[in-house]
Design a protein around this ligand. Sequence first.
Ligand code: C2E
Ligand code: MG
Ligand code: MG
Ligand code: MG
Length: 280
Amino acid sequence: TAKSQGRNRIQLFSKEINIQNAKKIQLETQLQLAIERDEFVLHYQPVYQSNSNEIYGAEVLLRWNSQEFGLVSPMNFIPLAEETGLIVPIGEWVLRQACQQKKRWSDAGYSTMKIFINLSSRQLNHPNFISVLENILEETGCAPEELSLEVTESMMIKDIKYSATILEQLIELGINVSLDDFGTGHSSLSTLKLLPVQTLKIDKSFIDDISIDYKNSYIVKAIIEMAHSLSLHVVAEGVETAEQLSILNDLSVDYIQGFHLSKPITLEEIETLLELSCSR
Ligand code: C2E
Ligand code: MG
Ligand code: MG
Ligand code: MG
């Protein structure tokens, strides 16, 4: 009968939820062990100067190669790490590793190259964040001017005044702040008004159909013009085609990041690329 079918469906549904929960708990257990098991690795996606082949910098992207699950996408483990608070030690690990690497690159002559590092909400809002960061800078000898820390609008809406004070402290340290995924938050313009940032990263969703949708290309044009009149730099994210690249060059975007130029690559791969293409 319809009634019993309904009940079966509910049972099936709650069974699925239980499976999902069990999976989540397994994932969380493994995530807790990942640092000590040395399962994390950093990949790097080059960010290019527009209108040239010069590498301006690289975004650090975390990869988890789990003993239990194999390669897990950040889309699957970053939200869980955020929810459980594990992102705090993980984020600290990322910062330390990336700063160590940046120092090695600077020593090898690539000092102008910028390194972009993603922050998370729990990390930015943690009371020790600034002091942890200062320690890492001192420990590694990484120059703050070579760092750009990426924040998103959604990370900061809970307490925008507090976020502003943290970003001001970052800027005082000499660190560059980038607003990641720009345009996807709830109030991008008021975020810009209230928060001190120096770089905008235009979200991939605006870049995707820039070549077929005039509306989107006008929006991107307006973002770039507004950013430039506020003395901000602009990165276009998720550039996948030559056509998108050429439109963005015409619109005078400053920097380009995307699969069309390079996917995120391993340390060895980016070092080869740097040797080939970077002026020291
Ligand atoms: P995000 O910061 O916006 O990073 C850009 C994402 O877009 C990366 O995905 C990158 O691989 C991908 N991407 C870049 N260019 C293209 C393109 O042309 N086409 C397509 N389809 N994708 C492109 P990934 O590495 O999977 O990272 C996803 C998200 O996970 C990141 O988005 C970021 O929010 C988060 N994440 C990654 N590493 C870290 C980290 O160390 N800490 C924190 N807190 N979050 C991180
Ligand atoms: Mg990012
Ligand atoms: Mg982004
Ligand atoms: Mg994103």
